[in-house]
Design a protein around this ligand. Sequence first.
Ligand code: PMM
Length: 265
Amino acid sequence: MSRTVVMGILNVTPDSFADGGKYLSKADAITQGRRLIAEGADIIDVGGESTRPGAERISEEEELARVIPVITELVKDGAVVSVDTMRSEVAKAAITAGALYVNDVSGGLSDLKMAAVIAANPKMQYIVMHWRGHSKDMQKQAVYEDVVKEVKDELDKRVTNLLTQGVLAEQIILDPGLGFAKETEHNWQILKNIERFQLLGYPLLVGASRKRFLGELINAKDTDSREAATIALTTELARLKVWGVRTHGVKAHQDAISVIERLRE
Ligand code: PMM
């Protein structure tokens, strides 16, 4: 298997927790996308809707206006682009604009037409994240007896459902959804048991970058100062041969993965 993939985050939103408001103009977003590519990002994940806990939804028109021009430009540059969306119409437009990945934090639960769009585009990769409801009140759903078992079972159920709708097994990438309807301890339990998620038999993507549970551990309120903790996780995830990590920084993560790969030789 090849080395762990680094997916660079590009949020074209005013309110994402770590980079919200930084790249809201098309020009700033494209510049940041190019910076992530120059740093060595394998994929750029372009999102127009914040999913931070408590976030309200935006309209489809607004989401399209934020992401499509940026995707079009980065594809022109030759970048591999992913669209971070729960909406089938946004996914469709992104595919037309040249995106190769659809990153759906709801795993197809938010928009029931999503599966058909993915099935109709068999070359697309589909990232299916564990989700229990929209950000506005998702933390109320963060109740588990055995978080690893339940998240795993719920992902497994999602896969079965998607396959019956014509999505191909080769299209699917799974993600345990750190921070989505999960409290701090749930996130750590998932990370401590990542190999159990790998047993589901699909590539696994993990999005831990600069999230609050890391800030709590090292007492870092400012999201940028959670980068070293995030790199520590990337290192361990690369050692475990996790398929990919979704991160705000890119270069240091690629360096960490290079070290792990060298040790493996
Ligand atoms: N986390 C965020 C957004 N999208 N997508 C996937 N697949 N996995 C994640 O953990 C994830 C995601 C949280 O917001 P951010 O874009 O500000 O990091």
